[in-house]
Design a protein around this ligand. Structure first.
Ligand code: IFM
Length: 457
């Protein structure tokens, strides 16, 4: 078991948050008129989910939102990140809103406000209505306006109380794992032909941001998954492989948002993006903050000439790993390096929000108090890395733990536990882990330190 660091890694002045997403915690897939989404389709495919589980019950959060709000309040969070599923609001992905679902999220927002926590919803955390996917999903430009219509419905319902919005969660994972290799829904295996989904997602985000700002006073951003890419060997081949992976995982998303242009795709033999007049201006002007989800670095080596893609992702040598094994190496300094590098390349970087950071470790299934020193060490190390990035001038303003609760980890089902709170999926019982108490105390300590500083001014 990893030792818990004793030094306080606290960066000053951060806001503190924790996150969940609807499909992973809500259950209740067939209530209140919810439509089908690509995840309902995906989990039914034989062998798609490691433990063959479904998200039918998950944490039962749709039926018991009060249980989650109590845990959020107990942590003393500044904000809570949750998601609103498109397929609950527009079951067919177009047309009239399902007011029963909207009322549910409206009451949820009120509950958060009652305990002084700022509601910070994500409009799209991977749950595309099946009907939209059937029309092409993110491969189709028409999805942009359908998403903007959905955003308008939600902001008209909640915009009087919600002033901070994430549009899309991790478009990189949707492109790479959803459309390129098929490890996540919608399970397409298009390799580089998945690239148009990058542009359509960025454009959908930009249109949704316009719509939100035109209907409410709000701060809008998206949150993407970033990784720090390392070549396995210091050779020209591995450096090229790493540069290509960096391009398709990170830069193809960050550069249009932060600099208004795509990196040079032709130089890598990749197809051009389906850009039309005005698209890049809209994308560049679209974020009030930049959300970064960070979990692990990625080590890359050049692939055999016979491989359909020119790189292989390999274990990162010499570092510990999470419950996923070598796939998820633990290297907090990679988060600092990534932030410092992004800021160096984009000196006018808007405020940065760490929208997710956390780790799964093997833990018991039955209700239990879990002494998760390994998770505490992971979080403390990454918060310290954020502090170092801030000290180097990176404008990070908020840090978010993934996740408040153990939940249904997509294709890994219930086999990976990320929560600050243990969930017994057989009974629904929630038991705060040691990391919950640690994070609560860290937040309280940060607040007292900030108050003391104010007093001495
Ligand atoms: O559970 C996911 C989340 O939905 C998106 N970001 C990564 C998390 C851990 O895999």
């Amino acid at each position: 078991m990893t030792a818990v660091p004793t030094r306080s890694p606290l960066p000053t002045g951060l806001r503190w948050s924790a996150a969940t997403s609807a499909f992973q915690i809500e259950g209740a897939r067939d209530v209140d008129g919810r439509g089908r989404s690509i995840w309902d389709e995906f989990l039914e495919a034989p062998g798609a989910i490691t433990d063959a589980s479904t998200a039918d019950l998950a944490c039962d959060s749709y039926r018991h939102p009060e249980a989650d709000v109590a845990l959020v309040a107990g942590l003393g969070l500044d904000r809570y990140r949750f998601s609103i599923p498109w397929a609950r609001v527009q079951p067919d992905g177009r047309g009239t809103a399902n007011t029963v679902a909207l009322d549910h999220y409206s009451r949820f927002v009120d509950r958060l406000l009652e305990v002084d926590v700022v509601p910070f919803p994500t409009l799209y955390h991977w749950e595309m209505p099946s009907a939209v996917e059937a029309d092409g999903g993110w491969l189709s430009r028409d999805t942009v306006e359908r998403f903007a219509d959905y955003a308008a419905i939600v902001v008209d319902s909640l915009g009087d109380r919600v002033a901070h919005w994430y549009t899309l969660n991790e478009p990189a994972m949707t492109t790479l794992q959803g459309y390129a290799v098929g490890a996540l829904a919608p399970g397409r295996q298009l390799l580089f032909d998945a690239l148009p989904t990058v542009h359509h997602q960025l454009l959908a985000h930009a249109r949704a941001a316009q719509v939100i700002r035109s209907r409410a006073s709000a701060q809008v951003g998206l949150v993407n998954n970033h990784t720090w890419v390392l070549p396995l060997n210091d050779t020209a081949e591995d450096r090229d492989a790493a540069a290509l992976y960096d391009l398709i995982h990170n830069r193809v998303f960050s550069e249009p948002l932060l600099a208004g242009e795509y990196p040079d795709l032709a130089a890598w033999g990749l197809p051009a993006m389906p850009v039309q007049d005005g698209d890049l201006d809209a994308i560049r002007a679209s974020i009030d903050f930049y959300g970064i989800n960070f979990y692990n670095p990625t080590t890359v080596t050049a692939a055999d000439a016979s491989s359909p893609i020119p790189f292989d992702i390999v274990p990162t040598p010499g570092v510990p790993v999470t419950g996923f094994g070598p796939e998820w190496p633990i290297m907090p300094v990679a988060l600092r390096d990534l932030l410092v590098d992004l800021h160096a390349r984009h000196p006018l970087l808007p405020p940065v929000i760490i929208g997710e950071n956390g780790a799964s470790f093997p833990e018991p299934d039955r209700a239990a108090r879990v002494e998760d020193a390994d998770r505490i060490a992971y979080l403390a190390g990454h918060i310290a890395a954020v502090g170092e990035a801030i000290a180097a001038g990176v404008p990070v303003e908020e840090y978010t733990v993934w996740s408040l609760l153990d939940n249904w980890e997509w294709a890994d089902g219930y086999t990976q536990r990320f929560g600050l709170v243990h969930v017994d999926f057989a009974t629904g019982e929630r038991t705060p882990k040691a990391s919950y108490d640690w994070y609560r105390d860290l937040i309280a300590g940060a607040r007292s330190a900030a108050a003391a500083r104010e007093e001495t001014r």
